[in-house]
Design a protein around this ligand. Structure first.
Ligand code: FE2
Ligand code: FE2
Length: 152
């Protein structure tokens, strides 16, 4: 293997921690949504939590594929303690961006050097960017074009 294996293990563990933080975060959010939009939004948040767990499993599987020790921690849990759906979605967008960035780092480290890790990183980047796009579209207003830009 022609890449820094220890770095790859560290990145995969970071991904695993981020994904597990996502599980906790989306589960929490799914219990904090009230009002007219509650049912579809709760469904969507629960689906995100489940997908985070699948992603954490995949990352852990690759940590052990490389002979590493899978992390027992979870990533930081940013929480504004505002539970307006808009706040939840903005936090979700930030989280999806962080996950994408970690997968991009893994891609950079392994591209052209490991088919399995490169393919994994690309596939997950596509999934995370699709998630971010779903969230972005929920943050837009009907009748307006253009991508939602976070103000911070
Ligand atoms: Fe994910
Ligand atoms: Fe995601």
């Amino acid at each position: 293997m022609d890449f820094d294996k220890e770095k790859a293990i560290a990145l995969l563990n970071k991904i695993m921690e981020l994904e597990l933080a996502g599980v906790v975060r989306y589960t929490h959010y799914s219990l904090m949504v009230y009002g007219y939009n509650r049912i579809p939004v709760v469904e969507w948040l629960k689906k995100e939590a489940e997908e985070g767990l699948l992603h954490a499993h995949k990352a852990g599987e690759l940590v052990t594929f490389l002979g590493g020790y899978p992390s027992l921690s979870i990533g930081p849990l940013l929480e504004t303690h505002h539970h307006d759906i808009g706040d939840i979605l903005r936090e979700s967008l930030a989280h999806e961006g962080e996950a994408s960035a970690a997968y991009y780092q893994l891609l950079e480290l392994t591209q052209g050097k490991s088919v399995i890790l490169e393919d994994y990183a690309r596939t997950l980047i596509v999934e995370e960017e699709m998630h971010a796009d779903e969230v972005n579209k929920m943050l837009r207003r009907t009748g307006k074009t253009g991508v939602y830009e976070p103000s911070k």
